[in-house]
Write a protein that binds this ligand. Structure first.
Ligand code: ADP
Ligand code: MG
Length: 244
């Protein structure tokens, strides 16, 4: 299987703190790679290093065979790396559909140059994530679960080849989690490769083809989800956390 993303020796220092320490991994074409680890492990930092909102201290990032670590975030988005944000920031004055249309306007090769085409694409992605019925409301009127769906629709409207999902299930109930799992599976069925960060173990186990564990910025395990979750080091890293 070819790799859509290859990460080699990725390191990020924030003054004294090493948030990500010499981490290497790959995401295969059409693969779902799960990323777990305790709070502060460096998961969101890895997403920001891949999407370009942060620059690595050292290391190489190769997307579709091309080195991207020096490219600004907007260029990486154009190359079709999409992400969601752990803390969501919808454009507050805009309707739900126009929030997604912004993603369609600024997306990769398939980006729309006119607003009506972008809105049409936006409605398609709202339907895809189950939010079509709220398309014309103000984005700030959405509750937590619908904001997660909006965030996902915005990222999808950019037509990513690689999608980085940072805790899109946080704060959702079990029914809502099942719905998001189905949406993420549909995303993969579109041929999109996915790096998914999630604290909900049941969800990550069901979704991931492979699972990688970070602890204090270092990769401590990687492999089949069932094996990794039984790995003694992983259990130690999670000691005191209830596994769901
Ligand atoms: N912009 C930043 N400046 C300084 N330290 C940061 C910054 N972003 C993250 N960190 C630190 O890096 C570590 C990893 O954070 P993060 O990647 O957000 O972890 P996770 O997403 O796994 O919870 C934490 O100790 C965090 O406080
Ligand atoms: Mg995080």
């Amino acid at each position: 299987m070819g790799a859509i993303l290859e990460v080699k020796g990725l390191t990020k220092r924030f003054s004294g703190l090493v948030a990500v320490n010499n981490v290497s991994f790959r995401v295969g074409e059409g693969e779902i790679l799960g990323l777990i680890g305790p709070n502060g492990a460096g998961k969101t930092t890895i997403v920001s290093l891949i999407s370009g909102t942060l620059r690595p201290t050292s290391g190489v990032l190769r997307f579709a065979g091309r080195e991207i670590q020096t490219l600004p975030a907007f260029r990486r988005a154009q190359l079709s790396i999409g992400r969601t944000f752990q803390v969501m920031k919808p454009f507050p004055g805009l309707s739900v559909v126009d929030n997604v249309a912004v993603g369609a306007l600024f997306g990769s090769g398939g980006g729309h140059s006119d607003l009506s085409g972008a809105r049409e694409a936006a409605r398609h992605w709202l339907d895809f994530v189950g939010l079509a019925h709220r398309a014309d409301q103000h984005a700030d009127s959405l509750g937590g679960p619908d904001r997660k769906r909006l965030e996902l629709a915005k990222a999808l409207a950019m037509k990513p080849k690689l999608l980085l999902l940072d805790e899109v299930m946080a704060g959702l109930n079990l029914v809502e989690i099942d719905e998001v799992i189905e949406v993420v599976k549909k995303v993969r069925a579109e041929g999109i490769s996915i790096l998914v960060i999630e604290h909900v173990m049941k969800a990550i186990q069901r979704l991931s083809d492979r699972l990688m564990v970070l602890h204090h910025g270092e990769k401590i395990a990687e492999g089949h989800p069932d094996e990794v979750l039984n790995d003694i080091h992983v259990i130690e890293a999670y000691l005191g956390r209830r596994r769901v």
